[in-house]
Design a binder for this molecule. Structure first.
Ligand code: NAP
Ligand code: ZN
Ligand code: ZN
Length: 352
């Protein structure tokens, strides 16, 4: 298969910094679109993958799955896009397209596994996929999103992961006018969860460890902030919420949050992957018909719906634009929760 070599930024090993390297992209096939990447958001999953937190990272790893850019080439059978259009690519670039999940627009739950934008199995070239910390990406048009033209393009990039990952559970659990929603953690996902829940008409509470984020949270649309380490404050919201979206990336005690759900309420874990510690107490779940659930990103149709909602309601991410060369420092700041509230890489810096 014909390929071209392009510049990218990635890491050769879990304990190494990210650096410039060369990767290969396929030439467009009939259904493909080639996108020149203008901006790429920095998700905590990029950091988990670069450092092999989840195991299974294949090196060199080129992260990045919050991609927006301009279309530079389209294959002969492409119908939805033209050269020059703006486009977005999120966390998935392929799936089987035939299983029950795929047939119901749930590509993220493809029964044979979706192809991640990075660290996935590259069905075209063999080897693994490389993400958006690169000059260009080539993707089947089914997995390419139309981007609303009225929004700041750099601030749209995080919608492709942080946006859809929080939108999907809000929709699945039917959040609407008057719903009582809480969000755990004010980072990339958390700040989008606040904005989107508010956009859907919910009242929103933020649970945070960081008292310093209260004013920001209210500006983003939270009605109330509860410092999760303060037992007295936690008591104030006992039995209150219909839905909690928990975005914390590392193992933490979920039990105090279960206590703040109302009867039949659900806490959806979208951050931490792995066993819960110290334990999960089933008593409040059984006696209050409460659920502890999980959710991963969202399907392509649902992502398009979310982008259109954001276009209509003027919702974008709060961003700090960085150069590609600043990525290692950005990861260190992310580990300290020192991000307001999403880093976005200006990919023009990769050309220098
Ligand atoms: P982020 O920007 O780093 O935000 C995470 C927030 O969680 C922090 O701002 C902090 O908020 C809180 N936090 C961090 N460490 C904590 C700890 N040890 N204990 C308690 N709270 C802590 O990360 P993100 O990009 O939003 O991603 C969040 C998680 O979601 C990551 O694990 C990522 O891999 C995952 N993710 C999942 C999906 C999915 O499809 N399910 C998609 C994208 C990302 P406060 O300072 O307010 O406490
Ligand atoms: Zn992500
Ligand atoms: Zn499938």
């Amino acid at each position: 298969m014909e390929t071209k070599s392009i510049k990218a930024f990635g890491t050769p090993a879990a304990d190494k910094s990210l650096e410039q390297l060369t990767i290969h992209r396929r030439e467009v096939t009939a259904k493909d679109i080639e996108i020149e990447i203008l901006y790429c958001g920095v998700c905590h999953s990029d950091l988990h993958t670069a450092r092999n937190d989840w195991g299974g990272t294949i090196y060199p790893a080129v992260p990045g799955h919050e991609i927006v850019g301009k279309i530079t080439k389209v294959g002969s059978d492409v119908t939805k896009f033209n050269v020059g259009d703006l486009a977005g690519v999120g966390c998935l670039v392929d799936s089987c397209r035939t299983c029950e999940s795929c047939k119901h627009d749930l590509e993220q739950y493809c029964l044979t596994g979706f192809t991640g934008t990075y660290n996935g199995k590259d069905k075209h070239l063999g080897g693994h996929t490389f993400g958006g910390y690169s000059e260009k990406v080539v993707v089947d048009e089914h997995f390419v999103l139309k981007v609303p033209a009225n929004l700041n393009l750099a601030a749209v990039a995080p919608l492709l992961c942080a946006g859809i990952t929080t939108w999907s559970p809000l929709k699945h659990w039917n959040v609407k006018q008057g719903s009582k929603v809480a969000v755990v953690g004010l980072g990339g996902l958390g700040h989008m969860a606040i904005k989107l829940a508010r956009g859907l008409g919910a009242t929103v509470t933020l649970f945070s460890r960081s008292a310093g984020k209260t004013a920001d949270a209210k500006e983003l649309g939270a009605d109330e902030v509860i410092i999760s380490t303060d037992v007295e404050q936690m008591k104030l919201v006992k039995g209150k919420f219909d839905l909690i979206i928990d975005t914390v990336p590392y193992v933490h005690d979920v039990n105090p949050y279960v206590g703040t759900l109302n009867i039949s309420g659900t806490i959806v874990l979208v951050g931490y992957l792995g066993g819960l510690e110290p334990f999960l107490n089933t008593v409040p779940m059984i006696l209050g018909r409460k659920s502890v659930a999980g959710s991963v990103i969202g399907g392509i149709a649902e992502t398009q719906e979310m982008l259109e909602f954001c276009g209509k309601h003027n919702i974008v991410s709060e961003i700090e634009v960085i150069k590609m060369q600043d990525i290692n420092h950005a990861y260190e700041r992310m580990l300290k929760s020192d991000v307001k509230y999403r880093f976005v890489i200006d990919m023009a810096s990769l050309k220098n």
